[in-house]
Design a binder for this molecule. Sequence first.
Ligand code: FAD
Ligand code: NAP
Length: 338
Amino acid sequence: MPLYLPQFNLQHLNTLAAPAIAQVYVSVNSAADLKAALVFAREQQLPILILGGGSNIVLRDHFAGCVIHIQFKGVEKVGETSDSYLIKAQAGEVWDDFVSYCLDHEYWGLENLSLIPGTVGAAPVQNIGAYGVELQDVFYELTALDIKSGVEVTFTRDSCQFGYRDSVFKNALKDQFVILSVTFQLLKSPKVKAEYPALKQALSRYSIDDLTPELVAKAVCDVRQSKLPDPRNIPNVGSFFHNPVVSQEQYQSLTERFPDIVAYPSQTGVKLAAGWLIDKAGWKGFLDDVGVHDQQALVLINPNRLMGDKVLALATRIKSDVFDQFGVALHEEPRVYP
Ligand code: FAD
Ligand code: NAP
């Protein structure tokens, strides 16, 4: 039977360290606990917030509802082919612990996704990605609980509708499912991916034949630690905005005005580096009660551990400046509650 805690401060459970109070908080350690908590919230007519590691949410204000913290753990090998293993992880596993576990067991493919905060269960929601790899590249299937019916459903890669930092769970099926477990297809023989510029640079002293997944994972961790603020010291939610994708025409006109603009081809147009736009608009290193990180302008920081509305107010000012200067709309990446 899960324990329902009233008036619970979520400050230590979100990486932005916003001191928001949940009307009710419940930690669930099994699918049975989760089902009981969903029934409780329905009976009490409380809105719910499914919480993982709290590294991709902004708590704008207190939450007048029930926060359900997904904590069930476990990893198992559930199948194999001639060249791959199917590894199933429960939603409450800490993502980076799972990556380390797979490295230790020589299940290859997650190296580039080292050190991303959060849980396994939240990873498909955002189709997490970094250093040239996305979750969908190693995804096999997931199981999820239909919140309304209580029925467990299996989602294939196609039914997840993965996109750039996007999935069906942010769109058509938003707030309708709780992810219970994710199964990954991981390689038996390593296949190193080290073309991403910052990674290539960090590994430049090695010849391509000497590269191992362990070296890649270490380089990813080193680059991340040198550039990104550790939320335990400087609260943040990673990239605050998506990299905007613009048309070829808009990109051409921007390059005429800004020849040094940072951009990459994408499937749907040209992807602009949002960090470059924010930096160019003069915000990098800005610090008032909240601020913009001085190494990466895409990361907003909350050093004084204030409520999320303060950070959102800064985000609004940045968006407005970027739009005025470049005619490009930025959109927040983390989910805002309430
Ligand atoms: P939470 O913040 O707890 O939740 C995020 C959303 O997912 C919420 O809407 C929540 O309701 C929903 N959710 C959580 N668990 C479940 C579940 N089991 N079922 C259904 N819905 C669920 N992201 C990247 O893609 N790449 C990066 O390189 C990266 N680097 C980061 C670096 C830092 C320093 C930080 C702070 C964040 C970074 N992020 C990155 C963002 C974040 O870590 C990821 O989005 C991560 O997957 C969020 O996991 P979480 O468990 O913390 O999710
Ligand atoms: P970076 O290396 O300074 O690069 C800036 C941006 O340029 C990135 O957003 C990246 O897009 C893009 N980029 C660089 N090289 C690219 C290439 N060869 N092809 C396509 N796009 C390229 O970025 P960073 O801030 O240090 O982050 C490094 C990696 O970690 C990135 O993949 C980033 O997405 C990820 N990260 C994500 C978060 C988050 O919260 N979402 C936080 C920290 C880091 P992509 O973002 O598409 O890769």
